[in-house]
Structure formats: C-alpha cells, structure tokens
Design a protein around this ligand. Structure first.
Ligand SMILES: C[C@H](NC(=O)[C@@H](N)CCCCN)C(=O)O
Length: 452
C-alpha cells in the first residue's frame, strides 16, 4: 500500500504539543525573572540588601544583552547554527545562571562554603552573596533573552501560515503564567524570609526542568528537519551583514517602534520588580497580600494578550492600540504616584496596557522589515530594550534610597513612580511618531494582519 507521510508540523496536535513544551521553557524563564520581586524585603532583612543592591541585582539580567549585544549575537548564532544547538546552549546558560544565583543565596555559601573567601577578597562595598547572585543573574539574563528569540523562531517554523499570531499571543501568555506563579509561590515558600534560600532554589529547579523540556523538544525538531530538510535547504542560506543593522536603524518606523519598546517595557518590567514592595508599603499589606494583588497583572494579560492579538489580526489598528496602551500606562503611574486609589484599579489599567501594546507591537514588525531580516530585527530590538531594563531598575533603586535615607522598613515610592510616569510619557511620544511615520510612508501598520 502506498502511504504518504505528513510532516510533523502539519498535525495540529503536534503543533500545540510543541507550543506547550516551549511555552513551559518560557514560563520557567519568566518565573525566575520575576521570583525576586516579592523577595525584595526578605533580601533586605536576611542579607541587608539596600534598594540600590536590589536594583543592581535586577539590572544585571540585562548586562550581557546590552553591553555585549548578546540578544543580537544570539539571533545571528541562531540563524547560523540552528534551533537545537543554539536553544540548548542558551537554555543551559539560563540554568547555570539560576543555580549560581541560588548558590549565592544559600546557607551553605553564606556559612563560608566554597568560594566564599574568594568573593570576600575584592570589592568590599558588595557582600559576597550579592557578588555571586550578580554573576548568576548575568548568566541567567544571557541565556533567557536569546531563549525568547529561539522560541519565536520555533513558532515560525511550526506555525507559519497556521495561526501564527495566535501562537505568538499564547507565547506571551506562557511567559505571564510564569510571572503569575512567581508572585504567588515565591513569597509563600520564603515565608517572610525564614525560607528565603528555598524559594530561590525552587525557581532554579524549575529552570532545570525547563532544560529537560527543551531536550524533549529537540527530538521533535530533529524529526521535523529530517522530513522538511530537502524543501527548506534552498531558502536558509541568507548570511548576516552589518549593513542589515545599519538599514534597520535608518528605518524611522523601526526606530520609533524600538524606542517605544524600550520606554514601554522600562516603565513596566522594572516597575514590576518593585511593585509588591511598593504596594505593601503604601497600602500596608503583607508581602503575600501584595504579591497576590500584583499577580492579577500577569493573570489578566495571560488571558487578554491572545484575545487582543486575534482582534488585531482581523481588525488592525495596531498603531492606535499602541497609543492607547501608552496613555493607559501613563495614567496608571500617575494614579499610583499621586493618589490613594485602591491599587486594584491601577493594576487593571496597567494590565490593559501590558496586554494591548505587546499584542500590537511584536507582530507589527512584519509590516516594517523583510521576513529574512526579522531575526536580526527582533534581536536588535531586545538589545535596545535591555538597555532600559538595565538602567531603570538601578535608577529606581537609587531614587528610592535617596528619598528614603537609612534603608527603612517602609519606603515612600512617590519619586520612584513619577520617574516611571516620565518614561511612559516618552513611550507615548514614540507611539505617536510611529503613527505619523506610518501615515507618511504607508507601511500599513493600521491594517489587519490577516491576509484576505
Ligand atoms: C515578549 C516580551 N518579552 C520581552 O520583552 C523580554 N525581553 C522580557 C524578558 C523577561 C523575562 N525573561 C514580553 O514579555 O512582552
């Protein structure tokens, strides 16, 4: 009997199964990224971390991606050596980074364990545990950002022409699920700092399970390659040139969207690092209560990002959605800084902005850049974004310390949050510029993404 074998990516069950696997890798990535925000106060009591120390720790995630351009380089490596080897390498970096961070915070290390003496022998301004945790955060960040680029490429490989936008919305949702779990589970395990180290080890173990999930994915990827290789060989030889980066930066619409990306996310991710502590200090809640409240944010975006994505696929209006999201973000920070509005209201507003802008911004790239340059375009955008993710947690910690001398238990966050409002205002200006540029050049950013 003559049987024609279907390629794996033609089976819907296989595609969604793959999304579940790589989505898990993203969930643990975001879990470990956000797990520390509810532990800020515990790290202050257990390790004596100041706001600046905490800001430095949060910022270190972005050092490799900004100063060593690792997100761009990771994208180029990905195009050169492929999904399996690049993915394995960068998920491994992420895992090593998570374990190093947990080791730095462990009782064993802090009771004079391996490396303690060495870490005490230089830069005395920084404690040995902070130094090891910074090293861990560096490797974690190096692996985590390129892992997101790898997962994007995996989705294009499996879903192109078959619900790709929905798959991208769900990709963001998996990340938010990780953030949600971190905000709920992390303070629960830490139990006001009595089990701080266990809360961090738990995150590191989750990341290592992510590595196992990626290894399983590699089996499917290899099988798919064996099935589709002859078809794809002809089209995968586009080599990298520095000219691509120059051309991207000369494209004003790309520049505006990259600047919107850095300002928008700089007013959200760094804010999230401080949000549970801010809400707890301003509204007198425990760290578990404020973590639970903050967790409504990723929970809401988990549901709404794919829904907004599907709407933008069909109705368009991406530039308007980005402007609306930027205005909402500005209002949120002004409410947080200047009023005592019950925190759930600004959190809901923040959730709308946080779902709307990513749902519109990431797929819009296909309107601005040729498909064969899209990996470089995303990689460059992530590197630019990471500059903001480096600077703003640091700045927030420094402003917090300057306006609250003596590292007090309860801090006044007004100046810190006003700084985030100013960054949101910049984001709004770039969203408006993008819309004007689109009107002038006719990229079609306002048109639906789905082809008729
Ligand atoms: C898709 C987008 N992701 C990013 O911007 C990443 N650079 C964030 C990384 C945080 C966790 N590792 C998003 O989440 O909207």
């Amino acid at each position: 009997m003559n049987t024609i074998k279907k390629a794996l990516n033609e089976s819907a069950a296989m595609r969604w199964g793959v999304l579940l696997l790589v989505g898990f890798v993203l969930s643990v990535n975001y879990y470990f990224y956000d797990a520390f925000s509810t532990l800020k106060d515990d790290m202050r009591t257990v390790f004596g971390f100041t706001g600046t120390d905490y800001g430095l720790f949060a910022s270190f995630y972005s050092v490799p991606n900004t100063f060593l351009l690792m997100a761009v380089i990771g994208g180029i490596i990905l195009d050169k050596i492929g999904i399996r080897r690049t993915g394995f390498l960068f998920v491994l970096f992420m895992t090593i980074g998570a374990f190093l961070t947990a080791y730095g915070a462990s009782d064993y290390f802090n009771n004079g364990g391996f490396g303690y003496e060495l870490m005490s022998s230089f830069l005395p301004r920084f404690s040995p545990e902070l130094k090891v945790m910074l090293l861990g955060r560096f490797f974690f960040g190096l692996g985590a950002e390129t892992t997101i680029v790898v997962v994007s490429k995996i989705l294009v490989k499996w879903f192109n022409g078959k619900d790709l936008a929905l798959a991208f919305g769900l990709k963001v949702a998996f990340g938010r699920l990780g953030s949600f779990a971190a905000l709920r589970i992390s303070p629960f395990i830490s139990n006001e700092g009595t089990n701080l180290s266990s809360a961090i080890w738990f995150g590191a173990i989750l990341v290592s399970i992510g590595l196992l999930a990626f290894l399983v994915y590699m089996l499917f990827d290899a099988k798919l390659d064996r099935q589709i290789q002859p078809v794809n060989n002809a089209s995968t030889t586009d080599s990298f040139s520095i000219r691509d980066i120059i051309d991207l930066l000369k494209n004003r619409a790309y520049l505006y969207i990259a600047l919107l990306c850095v300002t928008f996310y700089s007013a959200i991710f760094p804010f999230n690092h401080y949000a549970p502590d801010f809400i707890s200090d301003k509204f007198g809640l425990s760290s578990i209560e404020s973590g639970n409240l903050t967790s409504f944010l990723p929970m809401g975006t988990l549901i709404f990002t794919p829904i907004f994505g599907a709407l933008i696929d069909r109705k368009g209006k991406s530039a308007s959605a980005m402007i609306f999201g930027a205005i909402t973000l500005l209002i949120t920070h002004l409410l947080f800084a200047l009023t005592y509005t019950p925190p759930l209201i600004p959190i809901i507003l923040l959730g709308i902005a946080y779902a709307l802008v990513p749902a519109a911004m990431w797929p819009t790239m296909v309107k601005l850049v040729d498909e064969n340059k899209i990996g470089t375009a995303y990689g460059l955008m992530y590197s630019i974004q990471n500059l903001g993710l480096f600077v703003f947690p640091l700045l927030a910690g420094a402003i917090l310390d300057a306006t609250n001398p003596g590292n007090p238990e309860i801090s006044d966050y007004t100046a810190t949050i006003l700084m985030f409002a100013a960054v949101s205002l910049l984001g709004l200006i770039f969203a408006l510029l993008l819309k004007f540029e689109d009107k002038k050049k006719g990229f079609g950013v306002e048109l639906p993404l789905n082809k008729k």
